[in-house]
Design a protein around this ligand. Structure first.
Ligand code: GDP
Ligand code: GDP
Length: 439
């Protein structure tokens, strides 16, 4: 399981600047997605070979309500409680404020490991920028400049060391190749996750129901269907009770995020009997941010009137249009209908996510796209796209090389994405486009 780092601090101390720096390589996908209006708060980062998850707990904003900090969103508190490490950011230019003290009190009660970080410290002496923050009683502060990057890599290294030192020794993970496609089933409470898991496992041969060595309360269940291997990984929000799985009431952002990031393909379940909620869209947003392949199951399709069916379809078109790359399936976990085509889509989403796109093929597709439509000039400069290579899988990353690529507009980037998607039949996976200019 990837360690979870929560960024905490009052507004304007630099949380989102640090967040963006930690997750920078991931920006390509989420920037300007039409329909995805929320702020980014969850992402994946990596230092060297070590991946981690990062949460920007935006919920610490004070509201003028009795002059005290407003009640933090439940999920924010939960994120802090479930994080391995909390990075508590204060502002070295503004100095210590009463609000910092309030947050300190909260964090102390949370019992989490906290690293106190003084941001905006570029060009300042350690002793002078940190002096007043000793009053918080959190030990020696780290100093960084999120904007310039000073001290950030060391901070993350240390926080990961701390996170790992706190964990019980983990058993060796089984080899990926033995596990087949790793699937995470996610969705808000009551959409039918545990029903679906029971349906899938009830019908099919479970290879090893009792997996030894699952740490924390993670679940990992290999199963076979039509001769193919799959592994259900750590599906947040359900728990095994005897031979069956049951829903647990609590929804956990952290667990959902963790299970998404461990999967190859995410199966997002929606409830056709309810309208699409903000929580559904948020979960879909996490999937996009991690770049995992996605299949959407619209569950409880049994027994709906045709009016209701039209209604929910319209609702999905309106609220989830940023998921147009994914296949939607109308299923009933309870009656076990629609499951076979759903699993087929999981297979093909996985295949698309793992596509091997060679440089000649990508470059040919790029040239085709440019011949059909040139990028717009910016002043006297016209971006020049020269060639493309594949920079990663799951999600596929297309790295485009050329000149003046920073002036390419988002519209054009979307056009390229669509072109690559169509050329290589990439259904069910996000696709990232990155530009690398040489001068
Ligand atoms: P948040 O509200 O905590 O997410 O804060 P932001 O990341 O939005 O940053 C607030 C302001 O502080 C922005 O104007 C940033 O450009 C600025 N800022 C962030 N990090 C640094 C830094 O390391 N040095 C300086 N000088 N400014 C910074
Ligand atoms: P979870 O919280 O996502 O794990 O949801 P559950 O699997 O516990 O399901 C919540 C409720 O929805 C239960 O009462 C299920 O019986 C019901 N349910 C699940 N799948 C279906 C379905 O396909 N059709 C109908 N009508 N009800 C379902």
């Amino acid at each position: 399981m990837k360690p979870v780092i929560a960024l905490v601090g009052r507004p304007n101390v630099g949380k989102s600047t640090l967040f963006n720096r930690l997750t920078r390589s991931r920006d390509a996908l989420v920037a300007d997605l039409p329909g995805l209006t929320r702020d980014r708060h969850y992402g994946e980062g990596r230092v060297g070979e070590r991946p981690f998850l990062v949460i920007d707990t935006g919920g610490f904003e004070p509201v003028a309500k009795d002059g005290i900090m407003h009640e933090m969103a439940k999920q924010t508190k939960q994120a802090v409680a479930e994080a391995d490490i909390v990075i508590f950011i204060v502002d070295g230019r503004q100095g210590l404020t009463p609000h910092d003290k309030t947050i300190t009190d909260f964090l102390r009660k949370s019992g989490r490991s906290v690293m106190l970080v003084v941001n905006k410290s570029e060009g300042m002496k350690y002793t002078s920028v940190t002096a007043e923050f000793y009053e918080l009683g959190m030990g020696d502060p780290y100093v960084i400049s999120a904007a310039h990057g000073d001290g950030v890599a060391d901070l993350v290294e240390e926080s990961l060391d701390l996170a790992f030192s706190q964990r019980p020794a983990e058993e060796a993970e089984p080899e990926d190749k033995d596990r087949g496609i790793k699937i995470a089933i996610v969705g808000r409470p009551n959409v039918g996750k545990s029903t679906l898991v029971n349906t899938l496992l009830g019908e099919e041969r479970v290879i090893a129901f009792d997996m030894p060595g699952t740490t924390r309360d993670s679940i990992e269940i290999p199963f076979e269907r039509d001769g193919k291997k799959y592994t259900l990984i750590d599906t947040a929000g359900i728990r095994r009770r005897g031979k069956v799985f049951e829903a647990i009431e609590k929804f956990s952002v952290v667990k959902t995020l963790q299970s998404i990031s461990e999967a190859n393909v995410v199966l997002l379940l929606l409830d056709a009997q309810q309208d699409i909620s903000e929580q559904d869209a948020h979960i879909a947003g996490f999937v996009l941010e991690t770049g995992r392949a996605l299949v959407v199951g619209v569950n409880k399709w049994d027994g709906l009137t045709s009016d209701r069916r039209d209604e929910i379809k319209m609702d999905m078109d309106r609220k989830l249009n940023f998921l147009s790359f994914a296949k939607f399936h109308f299923i009933s976990a309870l009656k076990s209908t629609g499951i076979t085509p759903l699993m087929k889509s999981i297979d093909s989403a996985y295949a698309a996510a793992m596509s091997n796109l060679t440089t000649p093929k990508l470059t040919r597709a790029l040239i085709e796209a440019v011949e059909h439509q040139q990028p717009r000039r910016k002043g006297s400069i016209r971006p020049k796209l020269r060639y493309a290579h594949q920079g990663g899988m799951n999600p596929p990353i297309v790295v485009i090389h050329g000149n003046a690529l920073e002036s390419i507009e988002d519209n054009y980037k979307r056009y390229l994405e669509k072109h690559f998607r169509e050329t290589f039949s990439l259904v069910g996976t996000p696709l990232r486009i990155e530009f690398r200019s040489s001068r």
